[in-house]
Design a binder for this molecule. Structure first.
Ligand SMILES: Cc1cc2nc3c(=O)[nH]c(=O)nc-3n(C[C@H](O)[C@H](O)[C@H](O)COP(=O)(O)OP(=O)(O)OC[C@H]3O[C@@H](n4cnc5c(N)ncnc54)[C@H](O)[C@@H]3O)c2cc1C
Length: 233
């Protein structure tokens, strides 16, 4: 099961973003604004920043998550988002004698294939152990391990990147495992920054349409919206 814990974050993150934004239009110091801004003003300002696309103030609040129980398939997708920091458990230095791996639900649902899947993964792991016993270093023996291998990492993202990555990875066109991961990331942010968490949503909610080739059904694609407008004319 995917485990996500927010292990550290910028104190008072939403107020920090709002105070940073107000610096551009106020003669007051950021430290004064931090004290002065009422919660309602913070909420309103965050909404204005989002709707006007003035997103740089969101870079002043950072969030660090401990993430466990994801496959290497998902960690590979995750680290493509480059405006973030990652530290991942190394398969060169940590032996995987105690091996955990992810089984997608679609495979679990197919009895016979599921058995074959487990057999294949266990065989790969058995060969890994055999190679370690034969003196092959972990960094080379790991070549035989599948992408299903479980991994853990620490990830730091600022609020701007969180909004951006969630817009892509909470989209139901993204793969189920990374969608689940970002649902949990959002739930962690919600505990300390609910106004910000409300902005962690798939891109279609902001666009008002789906920009993928095929829609999941929540919003129509742009082509479908176009068709409707044409029909009305
Ligand atoms: C549903 C889905 C399917 C995907 N499928 C594939 C796939 O099949 N194959 C594949 O390879 N990837 C795939 N990706 C990954 C995708 O192409 C991106 O690499 C990934 O989503 C990271 O995007 P990012 O906007 O966070 O960009 P980042 O790469 O983190 O960049 C962040 C920002 O910096 C800018 N930037 C970064 N580097 C440069 C640069 N060198 N020059 C100019 N601007 C730069 C970008 O424009 C962007 O605004 C998929 C992603 C999703 C969400």
């Amino acid at each position: 099961m995917i485990y996500v814990a927010l292990i550290s974050y910028t104190p008072d993150p939403e107020r920090t973003i709002a105070a940073a934004a107000r610096v551009s239009t106020s003669s007051a110091r950021a430290s004064q604004l931090m004290e002065k801004l009422a919660p309602q003003a913070v909420d309103r300002l965050l909404g204005l920043l989002i709707s006007s696309g003035h997103l740089s103030p969101f870079e002043h609040a950072s969030f660090t998550f401990a993430i466990e129980g994801i496959s290497r398939v998902t960690s590979h997708q995750l680290v493509r988002h480059r405006m973030a920091s990652y530290t991942q458990q190394s398969q060169r230095y940590v032996s995987l004698k105690d091996f955990h791996y992810i089984t997608p639900a679609t495979i679990s649902a197919k009895g016979e294939l599921e058995a074959e899947y487990h057999q294949m993964v266990r065989a790969a792991h058995a060969l890994y152990l055999k190679m370690l016993d034969a003196g092959i270093p972990m960094e080379d023996a790991r070549y035989v391990l599948p992408q299903a291998a479980e991994t853990r990492l620490v990830m730091t993202m600022n609020a701007r990147e969180l909004i951006h990555v969630c817009s892509l990875r909470l989209c139901l066109r993204a793969q189920w495992e990374i969608v689940e991961l970002f649902e949990k990331v959002k739930a962690e942010v919600e505990k300390v920054a609910p106004r910000l968490a409300a902005e962690l949503k798939p891109k279609c909610y902001r666009l008002g349409y789906c920009d993928e080739a095929e829609s999941c059904g929540i919003f129509p694609t742009l082509a479908e919206v176009g068709e409707k407008t044409q029909r009305k004319r």
